[in-house]
Write a protein that binds this ligand. Structure first.
Ligand SMILES: C[S@@+](CC[C@H](N)C(=O)[O-])C[C@H]1O[C@@H](n2cnc3c(N)ncnc32)[C@H](O)[C@@H]1O
Length: 404
């Protein structure tokens, strides 16, 4: 009999006990959720409506975790994954789900998070799909471990549910064609130079124009609508360029509503929202903590002939003491990193009291945490619009609009 790991809690299920259960929901982490006598069990790679056989590997305080052994009854939304590594590679969670169902679940997950975490019941608009479903990612960052007996083995992404084990990824169907075309040679070069690596590393592979860039300090260009953005390959830029015109268009519409004349773009990167929205505003101020990104934002304004946008290299909350925009005619766009906004930023935002706030986030959980603080501060939620920047993965971008 297989011996359980030392810390295994033996109830309610034994180690590797196989159970049959019906899946009711899909969590925002991409796991199927089923119940046995009311006890919650999480199983990856299965879908609501399916009956599955699963093997338990952990019992927590109020739920268990199991691996999928077999789908006994398939859901009609089940799709054939396009990638042979689906289920082993940790990069994608939803290739087994039709695209319509992916969008429907992402919409539902935002509403449920708002309800469970903030007690807010609010209608979420249907998740806006990506115009391109495969080969959309302009950047990937494969990893490799230190050479073993002089050889580099896997070059790829973390295996499902693992913290250090990698899966070898020779091709990635969500990465752009130019990236896949370059991967074989890149991987071969690394393996050839195995002796020069003492440690493992993470590679940067960014598509720009018709070639790829691997040097994080190199300047690359992306075009959104008729605006060209230069930035350092290692700095942040949205990874799915195909959806950006619709995405920035939505942010523009929400920021301008009510006739605002001034725009603050907080956490502005190389100026995506500030510069795509600048034509609709009298004056624009952006703030970004990365000095290189803020510098490129200013240069991008000049390069594109935009004369009403100024950028500050500082932490986001510093912007409120340098602008003299009338708050009741100002919209603030916020697009923080995954960890969300700091309390300090949200307090200063509330003290400034702009007419509108358009909060863009790649992590709905931290966004919902901040939503509760925004409501305490007297901002009223007006619109919730998820965008699918990351088809076939559990990730989504969500735009929440607030008014005073
Ligand atoms: C999700 S990105 C958004 C960038 C930009 N809005 C875009 O769409 O290209 C978040 C940005 O916030 C910046 N950042 C992180 N912490 C910050 C802080 N405390 N103050 C200002 N910017 C910050 C990061 O450098 C990054 O450029």
């Amino acid at each position: 009999m297989l011996r359980p790991p030392k810390k295994f809690v033996p109830t309610p299920f034994g180690y590797h006990q196989e159970i049959e259960l019906k899946i009711d929901a899909l969590t925002n982490l991409g796991q199927g959720l089923g119940r046995m006598d009311g006890w919650v069990v999480f199983v990856p790679f299965c879908l609501p409506g399916e009956t599955v056989k699963a093997r338990v590997y952990r019992n927590d305080k109020n739920c268990s975790h199991a691996d999928l052994v077999e789908v006994l009854e398939r859901a009609p939304e089940r799709a054939d994954p396009a990638c042979p590594l689906f289920g082993t590679c940790g990069g994608c969670q939803y290739q087994h789900l039709t695209y319509e169902a992916q969008l429907a679940w992402k919409t539902r997950q935002v509403g449920e998070l708002m309800q469970h975490m903030a007690g807010v019941t609010f209608p979420v608009n249907p998740c806006h799909g990506s115009p391109k479903l495969w080969n959309y990612r302009s950047k990937i960052t494969p990893h490799f471990a230190p050479p073993h007996e002089g050889q580099i083995r896997e070059i790829g992404f973390l295996a499902v549910g693992r913290r250090s084990q990698l899966v070898d990824v020779p091709q990635c169907p969500i990465a752009m064609d130019t990236i896949n075309a370059a991967l074989p040679e890149l991987r071969e070069d690394i393996r050839r130079q195995a002796k020069s690596y003492k440690r493992g590393a993470t590679l940067l592979v960014r598509a720009t124009g018709d070639h790829i860039e691997t040097n994080p300090k190199a300047v690359v260009t992306e075009t959104v609508g008729d605006i060209a953005f230069d930035f350092l390959a290692g700095d942040f830029f949205q990874n799915n360029p195909y959806i950006l015109p619709e995405f920035t268009g939505h942010v523009a519409e929400k920021a301008r509503a009510g006739g605002t004349k001034y725009l603050v773009d907080a956490y502005c990167g190389s100026g995506l929202f500030a510069l795509t929205l600048a034509e609709h505003f009298e004056q624009v101020a952006g703030v970004e903590v990365s000095e290189t990104a803020a510098e490129w934002a200013q240069r991008n304004a000049e390069k594109n002939g935009i004369t009403n946008a100024k950028f500050l290299a500082a932490s986001a909350e510093a912007i409120f003491s340098v602008i003299d925009f009338p708050a009741n005619e100002t919209a603030v766009v916020i697009d923080p990193p995954r960890k969300g906004c700091t309390r300090e930023f949200l307090d200063q935002l509330a003290a400034f009291a702009p007419a509108r706030v358009v909060y863009v986030s790649c992590d709905p959980a931290t966004q919902v945490r901040d939503l509760a603080i925004m409501q305490e501060h007297g901002f009223k939620l007006e619109d919730v619009q998820p965008f699918d920047l990351f088809p076939h993965t559990r990730h989504l971008e969500c735009v929440m609009t607030f008014v005073r």
